[in-house]
Structures are given as structure tokens and as C-alpha cells.
Design a protein around this ligand. Structure first.
Ligand code: BV8
Ligand code: ZN
Length: 242
């Protein structure tokens, strides 16, 4: 592993334009449960159903219980060495972009500035009637919170399964990946589309692509480097060499 880390650090050192994609695995060491980790996420319910538009339309009360539970949990945790290392890397590379699938806001808490939250933010809420959208950091918004402007039902400001990603954010992401020369994919099972294919956009652009994850993924075989291990242990080893 040491040899791989040295080679990755060298390429990262020489890279001109660096992209990082993260998933739930980078927040795992902060104590935030992952989507597909063992033991399931919440009351053994399928998070794919709870974090989906049809799940919300069918049972908004249960979906708000799920999101309030996550908001309470995330409000009590802090960023970890993986988030910190990515924020430090941003300081070391002029042309840098972090794309995160996570909605927990821990990257910004750790100091990352150039971040695209491609699946939205758990701290954002949006009215289902008048589209009034705002941040609300209170851990628990109560069951079926209502819009102050029009009394409509509020929803979490995230991209549910079955919903399209924000086209502006998606374009910005693809534009950057098409001209980057180094990309790290960290802590994601690379199952959720279209984020899982982002590394292939970078690869097509001739970038060196590196995967850091606890387990292999459907994209491992396409990677130039793949390290199985904890993001909070491996990322600092790479970034301290830059
Ligand atoms: C869309 C917000 C168009 C909510 C999330 C093409 C092919 C197949 C399916 C589809 C497709 N296009 C669309 C779909 C459907 C769907 C999809 O991808 N389904 C999959 C599951 C098959 N995609 C969509 O619906 C997307 N929309 O494409 O629009 C469209 C429109 C209508 C109909 C069709 C298409 C929208 C996807 C966004 C969903 N919203 N989040 C919320 O979070 O509350 S995604 C959700 O999953 C989270 O954001 C999470 O981050 C993300 C991805 O999961 P991971 O981050 O990878 O987390 P996971 O638990 O899976 O893995 C963690 C990994 O970390 C593991 O591998 C583990 O080993 C590792 N790990 C653990 N600890 C550590 C670690 N690694 C390192 N260190 C550690 N310590
Ligand atoms: Zn409203």
C-alpha cells in the first residue's frame, strides 16, 4: 500500500486540475450511518424508499420522521480526518473541485469551499407548493412542517431517488471532469447514478482515477489505483505528501 500511496501522491502533486467525488463512506468515521452499510439505516426500513419521491408522496409523515432522525444525529457529529484532508488538499491545488453525494454538510464544516452538493443538503427545506427554499439548522423540524409563506407542506432540500439532479450543478460537474487530470473517488459504493459514472467522464478525459473505499465497487476495475481502506486513514497519508 505504501508504494501505491507514494505513486498516487506524486501524480497528485503534478496534477493541474483535481476533482474529488465523495460518498457516505467519508462521513462514516464521524458516526453517520452509510446508506448500504451493515445493520441498515433506520428502523430497518429501506432508505431507498424513504429517500424517494414516491416514498415522500405516499407517506410524508414517515419520511419526515426519517429526516428528523438524521438531522438530530448529524447535528451531534463533527467532521473527521477524511473531510479535513480534502479541505487541506483544496488549499494546495489552485484548480480543484469537490463533488459530494452527501447531504450532511460535514465537508463545509471541515473548511471545504469549492464544493458541489450534487444531492442537495439535509439542512435545506423547500415548500412543495410555492418552492420557497431556505436553510434551517434546527435538528428537528417536527412532523409535516409547514411553509410560513403559504402554509404548504415543506420537504427536505435533497434530491430524492427518482428525481433529476439540478441541471446547473450537473453541467458544472461534467464541465470540470471533462478537463481534469486527476480524480479521487472516496467512500462510495458507486451504485447511485449518475454520480457513479462521473469517474468515467474523468477517465475519458485522460485523468488518473483513484478509488479509496472499504470495499471493491463496480468501477474498481476501471481505476488506475484502488485502495481498500478507511478514508480517514488513507487520505491524510496522501495529502501530507503534497
Ligand atoms: C436521476 C439524497 C434521472 C437523499 C441521494 C441509471 C441506472 C440505474 C439506476 C438509475 C439510473 N439513473 C437513475 C437511476 C435511479 C437512481 C439510482 O441510481 N438507483 C440506483 C440505486 C440503482 N438514481 C436516481 O434516482 C437519481 N436521479 O438519475 O435522475 C431520473 C429521474 C427519474 C427516474 C430515473 C432517472 C437521483 C439519485 C440521488 C438520490 N439521493 N441522496 C439523502 O441522502 O437523504 S443518494 C444517497 O446515496 C446518498 O446521497 C448517498 O451518498 C448516495 C450514494 O450512496 P453512497 O454514498 O455510495 O453510500 P453507500 O452507503 O452506498 O456506500 C458507502 C461506501 O463507503 C461503501 O462502499 C462502504 O464500503 C464505504 N465505506 C464505509 N465506511 C468507509 C467507507 N469507505 C472508506 N472509509 C470508510 N470509513
Ligand atoms: Zn410555500
Amino acid at each position: 500500500m505504501r508504494k501505491q500511496i507514494d505513486e498516487i501522491a506524486k501524480k497528485l502533486q503534478d496534477a493541474k486540475k483535481v476533482a474529488v467525488l465523495t460518498g457516505a463512506g467519508v462521513s462514516a468515521e464521524s458516526g453517520v450511518p452509510t446508506f448500504r452499510g451493515q445493520g441498515g439505516l433506520w428502523r430497518n426500513k429501506d432508505p431507498m424508499k424513504l429517500a424517494s419521491i414516491e416514498g415522500f408522496l405516499q407517506n410524508p409523515k414517515e419520511v419526515w420522521e426519517f429526516y428528523n432522525w438524521r438531522r438530530e444525529l448529524i447535528s451531534k457529529v463533527n467532521f473527521n480526518p477524511a473531510h479535513k484532508a480534502i479541505a487541506e488538499l483544496e488549499q494546495k491545488k489552485d484548480d480543484f473541485l469537490l463533488i459530494t453525494q452527501n447531504v450532511d454538510g460535514l465537508h463545509k464544516l471541515a473548511g471545504s469551499k469549492k464544493v458541489i452538493e450534487i444531492h442537495g443538503s439535509i439542512w435545506k427545506v423547500r415548500c412543495t407548493e410555492c418552492n420557497n427554499e431556505f436553510f434551517d439548522k434546527r435538528p428537528n423540524l417536527g412532523i409535516l412542517p409547514k411553509c410560513e409563506k403559504c402554509g404548504g407542506l415543506l420537504r427536505p432540500g435533497v434530491v430524492f431517488f427518482g428525481e433529476s439532479l439540478d441541471p446547473v450543478l450537473l453541467d458544472k460537474t461534467i464541465e470540470f471532469l471533462k478537463s481534469c487530470d486527476f480524480m479521487m473517488v472516496v467512500g462510495t459504493s458507486s451504485v447511485v447514478q449518475p454520480a457513479a459514472s462521473f469517474s468515467m467522464v474523468a477517465k475519458e478525459a485522460g485523468a488518473t482515477v483513484v478509488e479509496i473505499n472499504l470495499e471493491k465497487t463496480p468501477y474498481t476495475s476501471y481505476m488506475d489505483y484502488s485502495i481498500q481502506g478507511k478514508a480517514g486513514e488513507i487520505l491524510p497519508l496522501i495529502v501530507e505528501r503534497i
